[in-house]
Write a protein that binds this ligand. Sequence first.
Ligand code: GLC
Length: 474
Amino acid sequence: MNVLFCSGEAYPFSKTGGLADVAFSLPKALNQLGHNVKIITPLYQKIPSKPKDLLHIGQAMIHMGNFVIEADFYETVFQGVTFIFVKNESFFNREMLYGYEDDANRFTFFNFAIFEYIKLTGNYPDVIHTNDWQTGMIPFFLDTRYRQVNAQFARIKTLLSIHNLEKQGSYPIETEKLFGNKNFTYIHMNRVNFLKCGIMRAHAINTVSNNYKNEILTKFYGFSLDGPLKSRQSDLYGILNGLDQDLYNPKHNQFLYEDYDEFSQVEGKAKNKKHLLEFLKLDIKQDVPIIAFINRFASQKGIDLIMQSLETFLEEKKFYFIVIGSGDSLYEMFFSDMQKKYPTHVYFHQGFDYELSQKVYGGSDIFLLPSLFEPCGLNQMIAMRYGTLPIVRNTGGLKDTVRAYEPETNMGTGFSFENYDANELKTTIDQALDLYNHHKPVWNELIVQAMQVRHSIVKMARQYEELYILITNE
Ligand code: GLC
């Protein structure tokens, strides 16, 4: 199968969230199954524009509304996967990936440029795999502009994967002037809505866990798109993300102080913890648990609940709290205040740092992810692989990936609570602390169970393969 995988971000070149990870790991896994999947993504500022191995493959003029704008295409291969970059200095040579006033223009341009790349190279895919709002206009442009061009375009099928339903690419209705054709499928509440367009027009749609697939058909989780999603319910699938078992591996890891697996985790984690506490210059009490939070600072992630309950624990020095991330300044300020107030027990690293994150996953005991909503969530999977037990809210992909501890059977890979409520989070943290402090053998059993879970990337890739086959046979 020939697939063009279109994404607004892709690891290792650009990343704001989990989409970037999947945008690399999924094509890589599909290629290993024998498919030919290329990734196409914008060439942002952070990507050096002239490294030796970035090959210029051509140029095209993009017609959008009254504008004609130049797009250059570059190619590079990273770990066996081909990346195509769309370059336009004025649109993409900026500090951030998204969040500009002209995002509608930037991503309309990107969506059109993808077709021009296909035309230029004559490399017609069987499937164009789109992801999130950034590539949501593709099915529409295919239907209204490119299918007519030739038979190869006419037979292309499209898949839309939803990693984030909150961000929709919603712009003033005048944006439609850029499209060349008018149609109601991209209109939502009197605005142009890229994601809704993709939902209405792609041959199939999927989200990144089965549970979230069901949730988004409800008003609360649907972010006003539950109606359009319901209208496509028979073409809507849930495919759980996998975790790159090589990238996240405590057994072979250059950044850990000591490698370990489920058989050596007791000593392994203890050594990593000791070094981590020293390294971060925290108080060193080996029997006090470390709770970690590593994520984007967005309200989605349940940080409000953490803010409401954290201090009561810190006042009594019940655990160390390590935070890595950045985002909403409200949360950044909160975590840096906590660090100032409890310097022996709180460590806050602003921004993302892969190396430090590995040390923190390795040395911590508990991982927090009390999300309001969570399409899949990758970090709880990483935490489990490192034997760091997650505390999650029972929602979205968190529900599909974390088995909550059952006291009757001592089975479980973490802890969970139902309602978005700070008291419920607090009670669950207390439950985990009690087990950690007073029932170590059970705690260690849970670690082993968590470490044995494999969220296989091959399994994920096989399910996408099935979906590609399904839509190309239609
Ligand atoms: C988004 C979602 C997250 C998911 C990731 C990759 O970042 O918020 O839940 O794991 O996309 O699909």
